[in-house]
Design a protein. Structure first.
Length: 157
């Protein structure tokens, strides 16, 4: 897994750098939602939270395809992929994320599904607020988990 492991570690770290840029965008847009009571800023927050989970899922898909050799299929594949990343594959790789982080990310995964399938004016501001409140901590945990996994890849390369 030498070259492939290093390449995947680089890709993970690059994606994390992109995701970290969302922190300020989510915070600033949410402040505008609160101060101006403007639904268009709510749409911005929703889109950035959608982008957050989509970025994480891109990493999950790369790990699943290049290391696990298996990307789930079927109607619940997004949920199954999240579960797969929270499990160790004996002799292959450690869990990419902890069960606790998986539980936090489940809320973002579900929200991403809603953003993709409903009109934006149907979004629930209270649900978005709960995700915004958890966002800095969740991103910090995800960053730590993926950085540790990238280090694992480099050490086994």
């Amino acid at each position: 897994m030498s070259k492939a492991g290093n390449a995947l570690a680089d890709r993970i770290l690059s994606e994390l750098s992109e995701l970290s840029a969302l922190t300020d965008r989510v915070r600033r847009a949410w402040e505008m939602v609160v101060s101006r009571n403007d639904d268009f800023y709510l749409d911005s927050v929703a889109l950035n939270l959608h982008g957050f989970y989509s970025g994480l899922e891109r990493i999950f898909e790369r790990v699943a395809s290049s290391i696990d050799g298996n990307i789930p299929a079927g109607a619940n594949w997004h949920q199954e992929l999240l579960v797969q990343m929270s499990r160790e594959i004996q002799g292959v790789r450690p869990a990419v994320i902890s069960p606790e982080l998986k539980d936090k990310l489940e809320g973002y995964r579900g929200f991403r599904h809603v953003v993709r399938h409903v009109y934006s004016y149907h979004l629930n501001p209270a649900k978005i607020k709960s995700l915004v409140d958890l966002f800095p901590e969740t991103l910090k945990e995800a960053d730590a988990a993926f950085t540790a996994f990238a280090e694992f890849l480099r050490n086994t390369a």
